[in-house]
Design a binder for this molecule. Sequence first.
Ligand SMILES: [Mg+2]
Length: 314
Amino acid sequence: MNSVFKVSFIPFVAAFLAAAGCAHGDGSQGAVSSSAARAGQLSNVAVSPNDNMNAVLWMQTAAEYRGNSLVIYQSAAGKLSHVIAAKDHTASIEQGEMAGCVPGHPCANAKFKKMPAAIVLDIDETVLDNSAYQARLIRDNAQWDANTWDEWIASREAGAIPGAVDFIRAVKESGAAVVYITNRNCSVRSKNAGADPCPQREDTLENMKALGFPSLSGKDLLLLQNQRPEWGASEKRARREYVAKSYRIAMLIGDDLGDLAPDVKNLPIDGRFDEVNKYRDLYGVYWFQLANPTYGSWMNPFKGKDKRDFLRYD
Ligand SMILES: [Mg+2]
């Protein structure tokens, strides 16, 4: 092991562990010595090399990231009237399976034709920006941790992804339901009898309200991980199936392939590419994907391996 490798390897491992932890939460990251964050010691902390540095900087500082997010949301808004009017179409693989149909294609006798249309979105790095949390991870060389991630949720400090507020307002004006499916995890914070079993729900809604997102109303839903015992997994298939019983899933939006398709989070890279190719016609009409270079199931193939082995040189 040469000295260069020694210097770079420790933060590499720390960053990898942080990313690995993400896969258990929502994908989101870990926290950070929140005490240091509160103390505002940003300027005095030495920053180690970290392989998440460019990704977080891109989200926070690149006009290109903002432009990319606006493309996604403004394109999605432009398709709203089309997908809402297409009553014999579903965006959901699960709903297609339940009806014996292919998503994005006509399904003549499906029950969902008479159901209210729903626009289904993920939350973290889809409508809420948690990059400040990521930045603190880099600063503190910290690893993802469920408790500190929950402290971040409780702080209600997340920002809005560019274009998201206007898009949700457009959905509300369209009359379709807004359905959020998030891997923010319901967990009680107090041992007191009768304590809120899911304070993360109100934290999320209040955080979004402060950013200008319309409040939930009518048939809108927010479905968290572990809100029901059968929703314990980060896999979202069960929650999309639940939604598909009462709504026609007209559009899906997320930053992770798992927000669009079931059972993809642990596929190898080729399998993930195959999934995208199989459903390529859905993209840009029924499916919209935000960019998230900082974490997500795209990193799962690297778990326990040296990422450099995945680089391609030709
Ligand atoms: Mg997400």
